[in-house]
Ligand binder design. Structure first.
Ligand code: HMG
Length: 387
């Protein structure tokens, strides 16, 4: 039975910071951010966007094209939770007007969250082939104003429909996982910004890539040459470039060129949006299929990494006709219509978003990329509204 990705929806908020402006404000050489980190812009979420509203907005990119009655499961991966008990997916399910019989919950393991949701979905569809599953990754990466991690922030969501006979990517059996209890990046309950051992985290990422990638090739009896493309969790695009350099090491020229070209295509969205944690790998997938010339049935290898740390390598084959399902021009429009913030405006928005809104005070949104937003709390109950 073929099970995999049938729809992908992207959402990112309607404001961004230009990395050259940020570099000037932080007294850094712009090339450090543009080349050294590999980022040109980053999306900024104001107080009216959170993991719930962004998740709704990404699923709404395709929700009107699917049979909602077939959805049996909705899983949302996030590390930007809005509640310690209630799942963000319940708010999303209600906004999407899915039926009460849907099973729904939230999962967490840093940036691995959406991969966890995807694997749960794949197994669920194998048992319930008549059902479809919506999986969502939705996050705001916040390290803080004037921190080394600042240039690697971002905000956004990816939602995917998982079903039999998928029209975008058919997932292959088997995976290689690797996990260990380490402290490279985490966010304690009392903090709105992440704590990180930056340099250590980049080394761990590469170690955690090498092991499952090699294990996976052994498991399947494949070599690096068999892959049409390799895509990576992208906290910033230079991180993926470093992993891709390891992948092409010792390969023939044709393989190296192919993997370098496909990596270049896969980083285009990340370069302009920044880190969206759980959804970052799937934004690389979307960017790849929107920007690369891929062979029919091309084999795509996917590397998922969540700090703490949990890594997994798996693969899928591209399905013929995928171009007709994705909405590249819609994604381009969404990025182009974002408003560029001055650094002062960004800092004000950032600092305001760190504070919980006063209960009973309604928030007003200027969001245009998606029409759902967080409107504040009433009697400490979160309110989500549609413009
Ligand atoms: P830093 O200390 O500001 O940067 O922190 P640096 O001094 O290491 O410089 C960065 C690169 O720019 C270096 O290149 C420099 O040489 C280069 P590299 O050695 O890495 O190849 N550079 C220049 N290049 C061109 N022209 C110049 C110039 N100057 C310097 N003039 C760091 C960088 C990434 C550590 C920091 O931003 C950070 O802590 N970010 C957050 C942590 C992170 O993203 N880690 C990634 C791995 S962990 C992960 O992926 C999981 C995560 O997504 C969370 C989750 O799972 O939930 C984060």
């Amino acid at each position: 039975m073929q099970v995999g990705i049938d729809q992908i929806g992207l959402y990112t908020p309607n404001k961004y910071v230009d990395m050259v402006d940020l570099a000037h404000a932080r007294n850094e050489d712009p090339n450090k951010y543009l080349i050294g980190i590999g980022q040109t812009q980053m999306s900024v979420a104001d107080s009216t966007q959170d993991s719930v509203s962004m998740g709704i907005n990404s699923a709404r990119r395709y929700i009107d094209q699917i049979d909602k009655d077939k959805v049996g499961l909705l899983v949302l991966g996030t590390e930007s939770s809005v509640d310690q008990s209630k799942s963000a997916s319940l708010f999303v399910k209600t906004a999407l007007q899915l039926k009460p019989e849907v099973r729904t919950f939230e999962v967490k393991e840093a940036c691995f969250g959406l991969t966890a949701a995807l694997m749960i979905a794949r197994d669920y569809v194998r048992v319930h082939p008549e059902h479809t599953v919506i999986v969502i990754g939705s996050d705001i990466a916040r390290y803080g104003v004037n921190t080394p991690g600042e240039v690697t922030q971002g905000a956004g969501s990816i939602s995917m429909l998982i079903k039999t006979d998928p029209r975008i990517l058919s997932l292959n059996d088997g995976h290689s996982a690797y996990s260990a209890n380490i402290n490279d990046f985490w966010r304690p309950n009392n903090s709105k910004t992440a704590l990180v051992d930056g340099k250590y985290s980049t080394q761990v990422y590469l170690d955690f890539f090498t092991k499952p990638f090699n294990d996976y090739k052994k498991l399947k009896g494949w070599s690096t040459q068999d892959f049409g493309s390799l895509i990576y969790h992208l906290p910033f695009t230079k991180m993926g470039l470093k992993a891709n350099r390891l992948s092409v090491e010792g390969q023939d020229e044709t393989t190296s060129k192919r993997l370098e070209k496909s990596f270049a295509a896969s980083k285009q969205l990340s370069k302009r949006i920044g880190n969206i944690y759980t959804a970052a790998l799937y934004m690389s997938l979307l960017s790849l299929i929107e920007n690369a010339q891929l062979e029919p049935n091309s084999l795509i290898g996917l590397f998922s990494y969540g700090s703490g740390a949990m890594a997994e390598f798996f693969s899928g084959n591209l399905v013929d006709g995928y171009e007709e399902v994705i909405d590249k021009s819609g994604d381009v429009r969404m990025l182009d219509r974002r408003k560029k913030l001055t650094i002062k405006e960004y800092e004000n928005i950032f600092n305001k978003a760190l504070m919980d809104p006063e209960d009973g005070v309604e928030l007003v949104s200027d969001e245009e990329n998606g029409n759902w937003y967080f409107a504040g709390t009433k009697n400490h109950v979160r309110q989500y509204k549609q413009k």
